[in-house]
Design a protein around this ligand. Structure first.
Ligand code: UDP
Ligand code: MG
Length: 324
C-alpha cells in the first residue's frame, strides 16, 4: 500500500434506502488501511436514501444531490467530476458489489500499472433475462475490438483519476466505461469479484436496456473506427454505389443506341437508385466530417492522448526558444 494513495469511491444511488448505511459500513471495513472519500450521488431518490446518508454523519462521506433523476451515467459523471482522489472506484449502491474486493483491485492496478481494473462477476446473481443479452454484448465487444472483457456490465471498477475523468458518460454509457477507456488507450485488466443478490429495493432496469445497449455498442464501434474521418466510410461507400449506378446506366444507354427498348427494364431502376444513394451517402459523409470538426474544435479536444512527456533538457517552452 502506498501512502499517497487516495481513493474516491463514487456511488450513484436512486432509491436505495436500506442499502446505504450497510454499504458505507462495509466500505469503511474494506478500506481501513487507506485514505478515501465516499461520494454518494443521489439521483433524485423518492425514498429515504438521502436522509439515510445524511444521518450517517460520516466525515468520509460526501453527498451530491442531483436536481432530478438523470440516470446512472450522469450521476456517475457528477461524482467523478467531484472526485479528489488519485484513484476512482465506481460501484453500485445496492450492495450487489462487495467493497472487500477493492483493495485487491487497487493493489493490482498499482503493482502492474494498470489504468483500469474491472471486475468479473464470477457467480453473477441475476436472472437469465439480464445475463443472456449481456453475454452477447460482451461477445461483440470481444470480436470487434482487441479488448478482452468478460463482463462489461460489472459496475465495480478501479481506475486512475485521469482515466476516470476522461470517460464520456452521457446517456447510458456507464455500461461502456471499459470499452471507451480502451479506445482512449487505457491499459485494462480484469479480476474475479464477488456478486450478491439484491436484498433491499428493486432493479432500476428492465428488458428495454438490451436495445439501448445494441445501439450504443454500434455507435461506439463506429466512432472507434471513423470518429476522425467519417467521410472515409460514407464517401467510399457512396463512390462505389455511384460508380456501379453509372456503369449500369451507361450500359443501358449503349444498348439503347443499338436499338433495344430499355424503359421497362428493372436494371434502369437499379442504376438510378444506386446513383442517388451514392450521392446521398457521399453528402452524409461530408456533413459527418464537418460535425467531427466542431466536436473536436468546440471542446478543444485533441485527436490524440499523450501518455507521458520526457524531456532531457528544459521543459520550459520559452527557454527552449531562446536556446535555439
Ligand atoms: N441508479 C441511479 N439512477 C437511476 C437508476 C439507477 O443512480 O436512474 C443507480 C442505482 O441506485 C444503483 C445503480 O445505479 O446504485 C445500478 O442500478 P441497479 O442495481 O438497479 O441496476 P442492475 O444491478 O439491475 O443492473
Ligand atoms: Mg444492481
Amino acid at each position: 500500500m502506498s501512502s499517497n494513495t487516495y481513493i474516491s469511491v463514487v456511488i450513484p444511488v436512486y432509491n436505495e434506502e436500506g442499502n446505504v448505511g450497510l454499504l458505507t459500513k462495509s466500505i469503511e471495513d474494506a478500506l481501513k488501511l487507506y485514505k478515501y472519500e465516499i461520494i454518494y450521488v443521489d439521483d433524485f431518490s423518492t425514498d429515504k436514501t438521502r436522509q439515510e446518508i445524511k444521518d450517517l454523519e460520516n466525515p468520509n462521506v460526501i453527498l451530491i444531490e442531483l436536481k432530478r433523476n438523470y440516470g446512472q451515467s450522469s450521476a456517475l459523471a457528477a461524482g467523478i467530476e467531484f472526485a479528489r482522489g488519485n484513484f476512482v472506484v465506481t460501484m453500485d449502491g445496492d450492495m450487489q458489489n462487495d467493497p472487500s474486493d477493492i483493495p485487491n483491485m487497487l493493489e493490482l492496478a498499482i503493482a502492474e500499472d494498470w489504468d483500469l481494473v474491472t471486475g468479473i462477476r464470477a457467480k453473477r446473481k441475476d436472472n437469465i433475462i439480464k445475463t443472456f443479452p449481456s453475454k452477447i454484448a460482451n461477445f461483440i465487444i470481444r470480436k470487434a475490438t482487441k479488448l478482452h472483457i468478460s463482463d462489461a456490465g460489472c459496475a465495480l471498477k478501479v481506475m486512475t483519476s485521469e482515466t476516470a475523468k476522461n470517460i464520456p458518460l452521457y446517456g447510458e454509457l456507464h455500461r461502456f466505461i471499459a470499452l471507451n477507456a480502451h479506445i482512449d488507450g487505457a491499459r485494462i485488466t480484469e479480476i474475479p469479484v464477488k456478486h450478491h443478490p439484491r436484498k433491499h429495493g428493486v432493479s432500476k432496469y428492465g428488458l428495454g436496456r438490451t436495445f439501448k445497449v445494441m445501439n450504443d455498442l454500434l455507435l461506439i464501434l463506429f466512432q472507434r473506427k471513423y470518429l476522425q474521418k467519417p467521410l472515409y466510410l460514407f464517401g467510399n461507400m457512396g463512390m462505389v454505389f455511384f460508380g456501379l449506378g453509372m456503369l449500369i446506366n451507361l450500359y443501358l444507354l449503349y444498348i439503347k443506341f443499338l436499338g433495344s427498348e430499355i424503359g421497362t427494364r428493372p436494371l434502369l431502376l437499379l442504376g438510378i437508385l444506386l446513383i442517388l444513394v451514392g450521392i446521398q451517402l457521399f453528402t452524409i459523409g461530408i456533413v459527418a466530417d464537418l460535425l467531427m470538426r466542431t466536436y473536436y474544435e468546440s471542446q478543444n479536444k485533441t485527436p490524440y492522448n499523450v501518455k507521458k512527456i520526457t524531456s532531457f533538457g528544459t521543459t520550459d517552452k520559452k527557454t527552449a526558444l531562446h536556446v535555439s
